[in-house]
Design a protein around this ligand. Structure first.
Ligand code: FES
Length: 117
């Protein structure tokens, strides 16, 4: 509302703008921010299985943050590493040729790093 007043737009228009772009969030991201590429190349190389595995392991869907605030998952269109898909980004670090079977160990490692395991 304050933004709307400041720039002279209604709250409805501000909300419409904020919900149109994926980059705007209404909840705080997790300590560990994971982006899964779901662009065409990564999709063809199995990114859906990566998304499903994160959903299973962390009990969150893309766009959500775990209840304890440790992890947030996003799905993005392309990270520019199509040849190396599926591609993940974890707090700014790229992971390439990711396989679903690797994710349990990755999550354990990340939990250890942030001190939740
Ligand atoms: S489609 Fe995934 S990096 Fe381009």
């Amino acid at each position: 509302m304050e933004v709307g007043i400041h720039i002279g737009l209604s709250t409805t228009k501000i909300y419409g703008l904020a919900t149109f772009y994926d980059q705007f969030r209404f909840v705080l991201p997790g300590k560990i921010k994971i982006s899964v590429c779901h662009g065409t190349s990564c999709f063809m190389n199995g990114s859906q299985a990566i998304i499903d595995k994160f959903r299973e392991e962390l009990k969150v869907s893309p766009g959500q943050t775990t209840r304890d605030g440790s992890f947030s998952i996003d799905v993005v269109s392309c990270m520019g590493g199509c040849y190396h898909g599926p591609v993940l980004m974890v707090n700014g670090e790229y992971h390439i040729h990711v396989r679903p079977g690797e994710l349990s160990d990755l999550i354990k490692k990340l939990k250890y790093i942030i001190g939740t395991e």
